[in-house]
Design a protein around this ligand. Structure first.
Ligand code: GLN
Length: 544
């Protein structure tokens, strides 16, 4: 295979959660806006095949691609920053790699050989990277290596990129290392030693960084930059400050202050790269201009899994921001654990919000609290957007409290319910494995002409991404419609209910969707349903 793509490998040092995903996405965005074709992929060292079966409180959101891959939340950053969809091949884990290798071994592909990390696992990693380059035909493939340099699970990935760097011509690969500078209060100093150690470790694996992104909460003094340059063997101009910011969309602009595009161009042999950052500058300016109390709009996200804060619902939060910024507003988002309502927290507190979102979710914990919150929004004309589980529980709430089907439920929570308004389709009943078996990825939906959704999207047919097992039970369609539930969107064969709403004259905005519109929202292209929701929320705020 002849590879025309060049490669940027992004690693992280000192500790996790430094924002390698956002850094990789920012590099991609800068290079794309300089006219290059970019592909971004993430290699996760954990042994799960994908994050689909991991607890969101531990791992954060599962991001879903058009082609149905369940991926790490960083891939959401790639899509949002680059404004282009990822595919299955963007998401690789050790679990997948080991699976492939043992499958090949059982087939007899390696007959006679002893299977080892080097060369079998490292070869498989290289195959994935090179296949992505070939398939995407990108000018630059950005490969983010998950975890922190020094993690035992990450070693085979570092060895694979070491080999690739040795095998490919020098101007085909570039290594970017994102590392933390630590502030010591007692001596009022930014310490570079942990970064020096992390780079020393990286070099021990045979990877010498070309660019160091120095993450810090403070301004980096000149002498610290000099020190990093000298001790890490990187030219001073290639030590680029990566200050902590309130708005992540400022990050590419900060990198470009350090002329990172020019540096990459020099190393990878692209001449005269000039990023066009006009739209991005405007976005960042808009966000700055709305940082005042008058521009605030308060939105509640009612759900569970709040142990890890916003990471669990990161795409929902970003989608709300994109839509609010579109109206020159600053969304202030409160996370309300639905278990609080069950424990007696006053539900009238919801009145202070301009709108309420119930995002996706699984399992029993907190569901009665969510149903109470939905009921409150329905009865008090509070704009409501239900996403997946939020749609299913809206149907349950309506069945119970508007259509008199007491104790109606989803069979996910109560398999014995008398009124299973949300249930498994036959095809899902036959599934006996958990991993990768939900309805996943992009499906079409036809919109009801008079619906709120139709007026938001401005077209009759849409495509949205799914990730769920349960569906609206068609046996209850008529019964609920009779009481005023609007079936606003269905699959093209009309067999699956995709959207439920209340009529516009009944409620200002009550929309529940079986899919996840949040995955398609972009900072420069906010999602129509989120825009519709925020618009209704603003109208409520203005009325108050
Ligand atoms: N638990 C529900 C289902 O599996 C909803 C899933 C979700 O919200 N993503 O159908």
């Amino acid at each position: 295979m002849t590879i025309k793509s060049k490669f940027i490998f992004v690693t992280g040092g000192v500790c996790s959660s430094l924002g390698k995903g956002i850094a990789s996405a920012s590099l991609g965005m800068l290079l794309k806006s300089s006219g290059l074709k970019i592909f971004v992929m993430k290699m996760d060292p954990y042994l799960n095949v994908d994050p689909g079966t991991m607890n969101p409180a531990q791992h954060g959101e599962v991001f879903v691609s058009d082609d149905g891959a369940e991926t790490d939340l960083d891939l959401g950053h790639y899509e949002r920053m680059l404004n282009q969809p990822i595919t299955k091949i963007s998401s690789v884990s050790s679990g997948q790699i080991y699976n492939e290798v043992t499958k090949k071994e059982r087939k007899g592909d390696f007959l006679g050989e002893t299977i080892q990390i080097i060369p079998h696992i490292t070869n498989e990693i290289k195959i994935k990277i090179l296949a992505a380059a070939e398939k995407s035909n990108a000018d630059v493939v950005i490969v983010e290596i998950g975890g922190t340099v020094g993690d035992i699970e990450g070693e085979s990935f570092l060895e694979a990129i070491r080999q690739l760097r040795d095998e490919l011509p020098a101007d085909f690969t570039l290594s970017v290392h994102l590392s933390l500078l630590i502030y010591l209060e007692s001596s009022d100093e930014l310490k570079t030693k942990p970064t020096q150690h992390s780079v020393a470790l990286l070099r021990k694996y045979g990877v010498r960084p070309d660019i160091i992104l120095a993450r810090t909460d403070r301004e980096i003094p000149e002498n610290a930059l000099n020190k990093i340059s000298k001790f890490c063997g990187v030219p001073k101009k290639a030590v680029i400050p990566a200050p902590t910011v309130k708005n992540i969309y400022e990050i590419p602009l900060n990198f470009q202050t350090g002329k990172i595009v020019e540096l990459i161009g020099e190393k990878l042999g692209f001449n005269n790269l000039k990023p066009d950052l006009n739209q991005w500058n405007n976005l960042v300016e808009t966000v700055k201009s709305v940082q005042n109390p008058e521009s605030q709009i308060k939105i509640a996200i009612v759900g569970k899994y709040f142990d890890k804060g916003a990471d669990v619902y990161i795409s929902v939060v970003e989608a709300l921001k994109h839509a609010a910024w579109n109206f020159k507003r600053n969304p202030v988002i409160d996370f309300i654990n639905s278990e609080n309502f069950e424990a007696g927290f006053n539900i009238c507190n919801l009145l202070k919000y301009a709108g309420v979102v119930v995002p996706g979710g699984f399992g029993k914990r907190g569901t009665e609290g969510i149903i109470d919150a939905i009921s409150f929004c329905r009865k008090n004309a509070i704009p409501y957007l239900g996403l997946c589980f939020g749609m299913q529980l809206a149907a349950v709430e309506f069945a119970r409290n508007a259509a008199g089907l007491n104790e109606a439920h989803t069979t996910e929570i109560n398999p014995e319910t008398k009124y299973p308004v949300i249930d498994l389709m036959l095809s899902q009943k036959q599934v006996n494995k958990k991993g990768g078996t939900m309805r996943l990825g992009k499906y079409a939906c036809c919109l009801n002409e008079k619906s709120i959704s139709r007026s938001c999207y401005g077209k009759d047919t849409i495509e949205e991404r799914h990730r769920h097992r349960y569906e609206f039970n068609n046996q209850y369609r008529e019964a609920l419609e009779k009481f005023g539930l609007v079936i606003a969107g269905v699959s093209p064969d009309k067999k699956l209910v995709e959207i439920v709403e209340l009529a516009k004259d009944e409620h200002p905005f009550f929309v529940g969707v079986q899919f996840h519109p949040e995955f398609l929202s972009r900072p420069l292209n906010p999602h129509p349903l989120f825009k519709g929701f925020i618009k209704a929320a603003l109208e409520r705020k203005n009325k108050k």
